[in-house]
Each structure stands twice: as C-alpha cells, then as structure tokens.
Write a protein that binds this ligand. Structure first.
Ligand code: PEP
Ligand code: MG
Length: 654
C-alpha cells in the first residue's frame, strides 16, 4: 500500500512534527516507510525521519505493509496534508525534544597573546582560582570479534546497558528540582536511547560479530556525522545529542561511571570543551567561581545558567581551550571575555583588587536592593530587569528588580528543537508573572530575524537581515505562530500584571493588525471557555520611523519602551554587530539622544508611560538625563539594578 502527497507541514518533518509523525506511525503494526526523492526510511524512527530532511511543499510517499497498512497510510498522509487536525494538545507536545544549540564559535573572537586568551564574554564578573579541567576521556576500546555463539549474549549486554542508562535518565527526570529546560534536553536524550537508527544499527553490527561498545560508538559516530553534515543548525546540534547517548551507553557497557564534577573544589574555575545539560543539571554550582568553555556563546545554555547564578563565564574559546587543560590557576574576566593562564603576580594583584572592589561595591549596593527610587518630584521610577528565561528570575528578584521591563521570548523559541506550544508559553509567562507580582512583567512578542535561526520557521536568505523579515513583520506574516503566543499571553494575563510589547514597530498598521489578532485570539479563548484576561499593549521604539510617528503611536498604545540597542543602529545606520563602525554605534550621539527625547515627549504629552529597555537604561552616566526627559521605567540586566537605584536616589532637583 503506497500513496504520495505534498507535505503541508509548515516546519517540514523536522523536530516536533517528526516526533508527532513517528508517534502516529508507531500506533500501527505495519512496517511503514516514508520516501522522498527515491530514498526510503522507516517512519518509526525520528532520527532517520529528521535526517531525510523533508520540507514543506515537497512530494513524499508513504508505503506500508502489514495488516493495518491501509489505515496507516491514510492516517499518515492525512497528517502530512493537514498536520493540525486529529491530534490533541497532549499528543502534540508529548515527547517533543528540546535542545539549546550553542551558537557557532566565532573564529575571529579567538586571539592569543602569550598566556592570555580571548573568548565570548558570556557572564559578567571577575574570578581567579584553581583550574578544574573537565575533559572526559574519549572511550578507548579495541574492537573485538564476538564468536557467533556469543552474539546473543552481547546483544543482551547492550540491551541491559541501554536499560540502565534509561533508568538513570528516568531518575533524573523524576527529580523535582530539575529545571524545565534541562528536563527537555534530558527527555530528548532519553528518546534517542530508544531510537532504532542508533540502537538498530548497533544491534545489526553486533550480529555481524563486533563487540557492543565498538558497535554503539560506530553507530553513534555515523549517525552524528550525518546530522553534522545537514544544512540546518538545529539538526547539526542533534549530533552532540547522539554522541552523548553513545557515550553513556558505552560507559555503562564498560561498567564505568563518568568522572563527574563532584570533585570540583570550592572556588574553582571550571574548564571544559563543552558542558552538557546532563552535567550541568548535577554540577555543584555553588562551588564554581568561574566557567571557561571551548563551545558556547552568549545565549548558550551554559551562559544562561552562569548568568542566573552570577558566575563569571568566558565561552567560545574554540580549540584554544585545550591549552588550559593542564592549567593550575586561571583568572577570568567575564565582562571582557578574557582568560589569563597561570596569572603572574601583577595580574593576580589586579584581579584580587577587582574582586575586592566588586565585592565591596556589591555589598555597598545591596543597601539599595529594596529601595523604591523616585524623581525629585516624588514620581516613582521603576527599575526593572531584562530577562530571557525563567532561570534568570531568581537573580532579578535577588537584585531587587521592580518587575521585568523586557522578557525576551526569543530564547524560548531558540533553545528548543520545535516551536514552543501555547501551553508551554502560557505556563512560562504565568510563572514570571507570579514571581514578580504585583510588579509588572513586560513580555516582548517574538523578535527574531534571519540572523538567528529558529527550528520550525524558514527564513528567506536576506542581504540585510536587520532590515528584513524580523520581529513584528515576521509575526504578522505568520499568524499561526503569532496567535499562539498572543493566546498564551492572554491566558497568562489572568495574573493581572502581564503587559505585552511589540518589537520593531515602524507603522501604525502593525499595531492595529496586532490588536485585531489579539481580539481574534480572545474570541477563540472565550468560545473554548478558557480563562483569559486583557493586557496593556505597548510598543518598542527602536526604529527611526517609530520615533517620527511617536505622537500617533502614543494615542493607540498603553506605553513605550525605548530599545536603544536597535534605535542606535538604525538612527546611526551603523550595524550593532560590526566592530568597524562601533564608534558610530553610540547612544550618546546627539542624533540618538534627540530621538530618545522626541519619543519621551510624545509619550509624556499623551500621558502614557515611557520606559527604556536597551543597554543604555543601566548606565549611571545617562540615567539622570533619561529621567529628566520623562522616562519613568528603566529595565536592565539584574547586575545593574542596584547601581541604577543608587544613581536615581542621588539625583538632585534641577
Ligand atoms: C533594543 O533593541 O534595545 C532591545 C532592547 O532589544 P534587543 O537588544 O533584544 O534587540
Ligand atoms: Mg531591539
């Protein structure tokens, strides 16, 4: 039984849709294959299905043999043609793998000057301490030939090892203290331990006479290499997952346990090629003074965890990290991305002094934690935090943030192998709302463009992604994605302190079309009988167009938040990522300050709140000027909150 069709799954058979397709296929007894361009793979293996790389609008065939072949073909073709029908929410999200792919190492970030290395500044702060090198050894085994009579026993050994790894993963998944993001990653690894592409391949090799460890490692290496070759960063990241699983099973076969991070001494700088979620979920973070990694970037999983625990981190050192393998002592500056190997006396003194100064400043500033700063006329200035994930809430609360002025939701979309579900988003926004109540939590709708890939959204190749299909532009063109987020926000808004803001606004129509979508989403929720509530809607002012129409915008929205990072690059026509034009990329430039002032005036005249959430909001040298312009909310990284409160408190009436 075989039928062809054109795939109508937006994201292609990638990540979550692949999981759904496989789940459906597994509910039939028949042997089922999916065929594209003459290549057939089992429809019951998510790994093989993802490797087939089926995209939207491609033609595929589904072939089944067995008692329920006709039903299987009909159901699977039905899914490919109409993916949104038939499966309930629970099924949609069950078993969906999650992964936070570390951004690629930027080769130009790696320069070496003697014992000084430079990487990505991923978590601010300085640290000096004994180096703790964490480079788990490669698994070394001599390939052995297994006699035909022993092969069944070898297969049994493999199955027992897989079971023990699965049991360990299940035990970790059952731990209530496990962060949701870590849970997603470990669940994805667990899925791979049951996938026939790796395990089936290893079993076939054992049947041919190779020993189990060599067979697993060979299968994992081969499948990982296939993922690594694909032209898709999300699927490339699966290669690491596959290798990690191969390693865990091999260690179980060898009766070895990974030398863990338990031996890490107090105050050590952890040095690693990469630290997986598996390790991070169990690492003694309180004992870690700093982190240095070959892999990873500012938005990687390691960076987020480091920032949320206030651990300085330098990531993305590439192969240079090997030079640190035998280091005794290391000093790192996570704000500058610097690593000093065996620091000399002068460097030590400099770092010791910086640490002392930072500790003294932290101590002095902690007096401002609960301060409620106000302008000389008594108006309260809300000093809020920028966050990108729930893991950052604790640090923000600890710092005394008066709510969240910018919840960047991109990370929620970037760290998963699939688009986050409405339920998952609603729960995330609600958790932030609960944590900061009664202070407001301003959630920014998805602000993503071709410069940052997301599983499930195909971006066009663009000459200038920063001037292209990003932020509100993409969202309005993809109401399926946008409405899911708006529905989640309406549901979370029942907590009463959620506000929503739109990024990259350049036309009033964008606000009006969003309002229409919000009304549509609210009507749907009402019909479905789901609890929801309205939220105040604001816009980011980060394009010159928005500044120029600010008086009109102010009549249609509830607040402004000035995004100085983008506003500066667009006003100055100077790419914020291009170091060659970095001197132009300055918020202090009179043109940018004029744009901020015009925005503030338009907002104040209309009687709406004007805030700021770009990096400039945390600068003590500029805060008094912004406040005099009329800004009443400043949102910044948690580390800057107390300094900003102090600065506002010291403002004199003028
Ligand atoms: C900004 O542009 O100032 C801003 C806060 O948004 P992002 O840095 O996420 O673009
Ligand atoms: Mg921006």
């Amino acid at each position: 039984m075989e039928r062809s069709t054109i795939v109508r799954v937006h994201e292609g058979l990638h990540a979550r849709p692949a999981t759904r397709f496989v789940k459906l296929a597994k509910s039939f007894e028949s042997e089922i294959e999916i065929i594209r361009d003459g290549k057939a793979v089992s429809a019951k293996s998510p790994v093989k299905l993802m490797l087939l790389g089926v995209k939207e609008n491609q033609e595929v065939s589904v072939r089944a043999t067995g008692a329920d072949a006709a039903e299987a073909v009909e159901a699977l073709i039905g899914y490919l043609e109409n993916p949104d029908s038939g499966l309930g929410e629970d099924e949609l999200h069950a078993g969906a793998p999650a992964y936070a792919p570390p951004p690629a190492v930027q080769p130009d970030m790696q320069t070496e000057i003697g014992t000084f290395l430079r990487g990505v500044a991923a978590s601010e702060g300085v640290a000096i301490g004994p180096a703790f090198a964490y480079f788990p050894a490669d698994i070394q085994t001599e390939a052995r030939t297994i006699a035909p009579g022993q092969r069944d026993a070898e297969l049994q050994r493999l199955r027992a090892a897989i079971l023990s790894v699965q049991n360990r993963m299940d035990a970790t998944l059952a731990e209530t203290s496990l962060a949701e993001s870590d849970r997603g990653i470990i669940a994805a690894l667990r899925d791979i331990t049951a996938d026939e592409s790796v395990i089936g391949e290893a079993e076939a090799t054992i049947r041919k006479g190779l020993d189990a460890v060599s067979a697993v490692m060979a299968a994992a290496t081969q499948v990982a290499a296939e993922f690594a070759e694909l032209d898709d960063p999300y699927l490339n990241a699966r290669a690491d997952d596959i290798r990690a699983v191969g390693r865990q099973i091999s260690l179980a076969l060898l009766g070895q346990d990974e030398a863990g991070l338990d031996a890490l001494p107090e105050g050590a700088i952890l040095i690693a090629e990469d630290i997986g979620a598996w390790d991070l979920a169990r690492a003694p973070l309180k004992r870690i003074a700093g982190i240095v990694c070959g892999h990873g970037g500012a938005t990687s999983h390691v960076a987020i965890i480091a920032r949320s625990h206030g651990i300085p981190a330098v990531l993305g050192l590439g192969s240079q990290v090997i030079e640190l393998k035998r280091a005794q002592h290391v000093a790192i500056d996570g704000s500058r991305g610097e690593v000093h190997l065996e620091p000399d006396e002068a460097t030590r003194q400099r770092f010791d002094a910086a640490i002392l100064a930072a500790t003294a400043e932290r101590k002095a500033l902690s007096a401002y934690k609960d301060a409620v700063p106000s302008r000389p006329d008594g108006t309260v200035i809300e000093v809020a935090a920028n966050i990108g994930s729930l893991e950052e809430i604790d640090a923000a609360l600890e710092a005394g943030a008066m709510g969240v002025g910018l919840f960047r939701t991109e990370l929620l979309f970037m760290r998963h192998m699939h688009l986050p579900s409405e339920d998952m988003q609603a729960e995330t926004y609600a958790a932030a709302a609960r944590a900061f109540a009664p202070h407001p939590v301003i959630v920014r709708t998805l602000d993503i463009g071709g410069d940052k890939p997301i599983a499930g959204i195909e971006f066009p190749q663009e000459e200038n992604p920063f001037l292209g299909w990003r932020g509100i532009r993409m969202c309005l063109d993809r109401p399926d994605i946008f409405k899911t987020q708006l529905r989640a926000l309406l549901r979370a808004a029942i907590h009463g302190n959620i506000k929503v803001m739109l990024p990259m606004i350049s036309e009033i129509e964008e606000v009006r079309r969003t309002r229409a979508l919000i009304a549509e989403a609210a009507a749907e929720l009402r019909t479905e009988g789901r609890e929801h509530a309205a939220f105040p809607l604001g816009v980011m002012i980060e394009t010159p167009a928005a500044v120029l129409i600010a008086p009109t915008l102010a009549k249609e929205v509830d607040f402004f938040s000035i995004g100085t990072n983008d506003l500066t690059q667009y006003v100055m026509a100077a790419d914020r990522l291009n170091p060659v034009v970095s001197s132009l990329n300055s918020v202090e430039n009179p043109a940018v300050m004029a744009a901020i002032e015009m925005t503030a005036k338009a907002g104040v005249d209309a009687g709406i709140m004007v805030g700021m959430c770009g990096e400039a909001a945390g600068r003590p040298d500029l805060i008094p000027t912004f406040i005099r312009m009329g800004l009443t909310e400043l949102s910044m990284s948690a580390a800057s909150v107390q300094r900003a409160k102090k600065c506002i408190g010291e403002m004199k009436a003028t």
